[in-house]
Design a protein around this ligand. Structure first.
Ligand SMILES: Cc1cc2nc3c(=O)[nH]c(=O)nc-3n(C[C@H](O)[C@H](O)[C@H](O)COP(=O)(O)OP(=O)(O)OC[C@H]3O[C@@H](n4cnc5c(N)ncnc54)[C@H](O)[C@@H]3O)c2cc1C
Length: 465
């Protein structure tokens, strides 16, 4: 008889786990309490990029004279943009439902919790309860935004990213707490729409986990747009004002006060595992993060976990990979995730993306490094698409020339980084990247040139003497 697998959560971690388990011949039940596709499809990656796509086009056409475009009466139709965002989301969510159906997975709408190590109890929308016994359980309950216990955080005008994606109208001003990826991408959207955006970041730089050169590029983009950025600064309280919120901020140069229409709290996400019945099944967790071994098995044999619920890098592509591996291991494999090949992407204009080690990290890890850097001002396609500069940088091990990391700032950086992830995965060398024939004209040619530049042999920039 087929192995019975129950998956809790229908986001990228859970639905992919369900599809893979089903491919492997299991009898799969997936329980989802809200909408298939989870955070990513409904209130995360997809809706943010739908908004960014339009606002970046809007900006490009506003500056159209330079690229030979004339437009009169150009304006953003916010309700139409919101309708498109919703339509794109709906189409993808429906697609996930169809995929699960075609794969023969049973989908139950309801809130699941572990009743014991082999039983999942589901609170159904009609008030009833279903109990499902399982041979294997995969926990993929995802994450939720963090709300800080600060005065005024419960005000209706202090919103979370879910709300920020579907505001009924474009606010005049928006103070964004948190200069991480979500804060930066939404600042880019709203500032382009005419909102005055202010970012308050507690750490010394925005996008704290990213290579400093990439951060400078994104920061320059935001500053050009008109976003006001305060780093090393901390929101202390919010209070109601006649037309929105007054925000008190402790900044390095002294206290600051802002009056804004809305405040967006984008201060991080935490695993949504509180009501999952972890204790009832004896599943260990640390500060809400489900503890897993390198095979993604929890402290209870037969129960696996994937995605944001286990913490680590909370990204959809990591959840996809973990969901796949959790399903395979639940059905007898012994696979591990190669976390060193996880790309990070920022979808601003220019885009920023990186994978593997930065130059500093490689040196700290004890490597003697060799760096190849190619300015995108010398790349025909990049110049056609954008005149905002950018670069592609390859960090390699001097000894064998194998690629240790890549950082890109420029058009399509988020697509281009896939090649670097593959290079890392295959332990490709600078020589192999340089001798790979890249199509012309494309931004991807910069890989071969940057690889050559590591030996001062790039053909499309002058040799350093
Ligand atoms: C604004 C924003 C932008 C983002 N942009 C990107 C991006 O560009 N690229 C990227 O890689 N990542 C991005 N992310 C992160 C990405 O969305 C998450 O990493 C990803 O969705 C995690 O997948 P998951 O399956 O682990 O969890 P989720 O997507 O959170 O899915 C978990 C699902 O489980 C369900 N669930 C929870 N508890 C239960 C229960 N007890 N019973 C039944 N169902 C339950 C939830 O309803 C949810 O649908 C973004 C996130 C946000 C908020």
């Amino acid at each position: 008889m087929a192995t019975k697998v129950v998956v809790i959560g229908g986001g990228p971690g859970g639905y992919v786990a369900a599809l893979r388990a089903s491919q492997l011949g299991a009898q799969v039940t997936l329980v989802e309490k809200q909408a298939l596709g989870g955070t990513c499809l409904n209130v995360g990656c997809i809706p943010t990029k739908a908004l960014l796509h339009t606002t970046e086009l809007y900006r490009a056409v506003q500056g159209g004279a330079e690229i030979g475009l004339k437009a009169e009466g150009l304006a953003v139709d916010w309700p139409a943009l919101q309708a498109r965002r919703a339509a794109v989301v709906k189409r993808l969510v429906t697609g996930v439902g169809l995929l699960l159906k075609q794969a023969g997975c049973r989908v139950i709408a309801g809130t699941a919790r572990l009743a014991d190590s082999r039983t999942v109890a589901v609170a159904l929308p009609d008030g009833g309860e279903a109990r499902i016994t399982a041979d294997r359980i995969i926990l993929a309950a995802g994450s939720e935004p963090v709300r800080l216990p600060l005065p005024g955080f419960d005000l209706p005008d202090v919103i979370l990213s879910d709300d920020a994606l579907a505001l009924p109208e474009v606010p005049e001003s928006l103070l964004i707490m948190g200069g991480g990826v979500i804060g930066v991408e939404l600042a880019s959207v709203y500032q382009a729409l005419g909102t005055k955006c202010i970012i308050i970041e507690m750490l010394p730089q925005i996008l704290p986990t990213l290579d400093a050169e990439l951060v400078n590029g994104v920061r320059a983009h935001l500053t050009r747009l008109g976003v006001e950025i305060h780093t090393g600064a901390k929101v202390e309280s919010c209070a109601p004002a006649p037309e929105g919120v007054t925000v008190q901020v402790a900044a390095p140069a002294g206290p600051l006060s802002f009056s804004v229409k809305k405040v967006l709290a984008a201060v991080g996400r935490r695993p949504a595992t509180r009501d999952l019945g972890l204790e009832a099944a004896g599943v260990a967790a640390e500060r809400g993060r489900i503890t897993v071994n390198e095979y993604l098995e929890t402290s209870v044999p037969g129960i696996y976990a994937a995605g944001d619920a286990i913490g680590g890098t909370m990204l959809a592509h990591v959840a996809f990979a973990e969901g796949t591996v959790a399903a395979e291991n639940a059905l007898g494999a012994a696979r591990k995730i190669d976390y060193k090949t996880v790309p990070s992407c920022i979808y601003t204009q220019p885009e920023a993306a990186s994978v593997g080690l930065t130059e500093e990290q490689a040196k700290e890890a004890g490597y003697k490094v060799k760096v190849g850097r190619f300015p995108l001002a010398a790349n025909g396609k990049a110049l056609i698409e954008s005149d905002e500069g950018g670069f592609l940088k390859i960090v390699a091990n001097e000894r064998y020339g194998e690629v240790l990391g890549v950082q890109i700032l420029g058009p399509r950086a988020t697509d281009l980084i896939g090649e670097a992830a593959l290079a890392l995965r295959l332990e490709a060398t600078l020589g192999e990247l340089a001798s790979t024939i890249h199509p012309h004209p494309t931004v991807s040619e910069a890989y071969a040139e940057a690889a050559l530049a590591a030996d001062n042999l790039a053909l499309h920039i002058p040799r350093r003497r």
